[in-house]
Design a protein around this ligand. Structure first.
Ligand code: KG4
Ligand code: ZN
Length: 357
C-alpha cells in the first residue's frame, strides 16, 4: 500500500499569513499536524480595510517564521514532506506572489512536487479534511471576498449556480459595521450587537429576492443601512440596525439557498444531499442556525467546517494539494499568480453595472 501523503500548505492571498502541515489518514480524511495563521487585523484596522502594500510587506516579514513554526509544531522537517502546495489565486497579486514564490523555492530546492492551489478550491474541499463527503455536494462560500453557490462535482470540477452581483457578504457586514463606527473586520461585532437589538425594528430591502435564480445582491441593502445609520438617535438604535441587518441577510440566504438546493437537485438521482457552508461569514451562529433549519426542511445534511477552517488558513491549501496530487494535477514552478481565477471558468462574469438577470 502507498504511504500516506504529507503536504506543506502556504497561504498569503489576502491578510492572513499562514502555513500548515496536513497528513492523509487511512479513512480518506486528513489529520492537521499544524495550522499556523498570523492575522494582520491590527495592521489594517485604522484604514478600514486591507491595504495591499501593507499586507504584502507583512507577508514578507512573517512567512519564513510561520513556515518554520508549522514544521516545528508538526514534529517533521522538510525531508518528511511529500509535496508543497501554495495559493496562486485569486487574490492580491503582491500578496499571492510572496507565498507562491517561497513555495516554489522550497519545492525546487528539495525536488518535491509543487501544487498551485486555487484559494476557492481550498475552501470548497476544506470540509473533506474532517468528513468523508461524497461528490457531488452543494457549497455556499461566504467570505470577505466571495459569495457563491457552487456544485462541487469533484476535484477541479465545479459548476457555479449563483454568485453575488455586487458586494460579497463579508464586505456587506464590514461596510455596515463601519457605518456603525465598528472597526474592520466588523462582522463578528455586528453579530454581537445584534443580540442586544430588536431585529424587527428597521425594515430593510432584500434586492433581487424573487428573481435572478440563486444570484445574490447586497448593495441596495448596504445603501439602505447607510441611510438609516444617519438617523440613529442612540446606541440602542445601533443595536436595532445590527439586528435588523443580520435578520435581513438571513432571510435573503434562506430564500436563495432554497433556490440553489432545487437547482442542485435537478437531473440528479440517488445522491446524498449534502450542503456545505464555508468562508469567514460561516462563523456567524445565526446564519448557521438559519441554514441548518432550512437544510432539515429540505432533507439535506448541513456541514459547517470548524471555525478555524472556515476563515482563511493553510490547512485547506495543503489538503487541496494532497487531493490534486492524488489525481496527478501537479504544476510546474512557472505557474503564475492570478488575481482572478474562477472555479467555474465557463460561468459568465456577473459583476459591474448593467447586469441583466
Ligand atoms: O474567509 P475570511 O476569513 O477571509 C476572506 O477570504 O475574506 O472572511 C472574512 C470575513 C470578514 O468580512 C468578516 O467580517 C466576516 O468574514 N466574518 C463574519 C463573522 N466572522 C467573520 N461576518 C459575520 N458574522 C461573523 N461572526
Ligand atoms: Zn478565503
Amino acid at each position: 500500500m502507498r504511504e500516506k501523503l504529507t503536504f506543506l500548505g502556504i497561504e498569503t492571498s489576502c491578510d492572513e499569513t499562514a502555513a500548515s502541515v496536513v497528513r492523509e489518514k487511512a479513512d480518506g480524511t486528513g489529520e492537521i499536524l499544524s495550522n499556523i495563521v498570523s492575522s494582520q487585523i491590527e495592521e489594517h484596522k485604522e484604514f478600514g480595510g486591507v491595504v495591499p502594500e501593507i499586507a504584502a510587506r507583512a507577508h514578507v516579514e512573517k512567512i519564513e517564521f510561520i513556515i518554520n513554526e508549522a514544521l516545528k509544531e508538526s514534529n517533521l522537517n522538510f525531508h518528511n514532506i511529500d509535496g508543497i502546495a501554495a495559493t496562486a489565486g485569486p487574490g492580491l497579486i503582491v500578496c499571492l506572489t510572496v507565498g507562491l514564490n517561497i513555495g516554489k523555492a522550497i519545492a525546487g530546492s528539495l525536488e518535491k512536487p509543487f501544487i498551485a492551489v486555487n484559494h476557492l478550491e481550498g475552501h470548497a474541499l476544506s470540509p473533506k479534511i474532517n468528513n468523508n463527503i461524497k461528490f457531488p455536494y452543494l457549497l455556499l462560500l461566504i467570505s470577505g471576498g466571495h459569495t457563491q453557490f457552487l456544485e462541487v462535482n469533484g476535484i477541479n470540477n465545479y459548476k457555479r449556480l449563483g454568485t453575488t452581483i455586487d458586494d460579497a457578504l463579508g464586505e456587506a457586514f464590514d461596510k455596515t459595521a463601519k457605518l456603525l463606527g465598528i472597526e474592520f473586520p466588523g462582522g463578528p461585532k455586528i453579530e454581537e450587537w445584534a443580540k442586544k437589538g430588536d431585529e424587527n425594528y428597521f425594515k430593510l430591502p432584500k434586492p433581487i429576492l424573487k428573481k435572478g435564480g440563486c444570484n445574490l445582491s447586497f448593495a441596495g441593502l448596504k445603501t439602505a443601512a447607510l441611510r438609516t445609520s444617519k438617523e440613529l438617535k442612540n446606541q440602542e438604535e445601533k443595536y436595532h440596525l445590527a439586528a435588523s441587518f443580520q435578520k435581513t441577510i438571513n432571510e435573503i440566504l434562506y430564500e436563495k439557498t432554497k433556490v440553489a438546493m432545487d437547482q442542485f437537485l435537478m437531473n440528479k438521482k440517488n445522491i446524498e444531499k449534502t450542503f456545505v457552508i464555508a468562508g469567514g461569514v460561516a462563523a456567524n451562529l445565526k446564519i448557521r442556525e438559519n441554514l441548518t433549519k432550512l437544510s432539515k426542511e429540505k432533507s439535506f445534511s448541513s456541514i459547517f467546517p470548524p471555525i478555524n477552517l472556515c476563515s482563511d488558513n493553510a490547512a485547506m491549501i495543503a489538503w487541496a494539494g494532497i487531493e490534486r496530487f492524488k489525481i496527478n494535477l501537479i504544476d510546474t514552478l512557472k505557474f503564475p499568480s492570478k488575481a482572478r481565477w474562477p472555479l467555474d471558468e465557463s460561468a459568465p462574469i456577473l459583476k459591474g453595472p448593467g447586469i441583466k438577470l
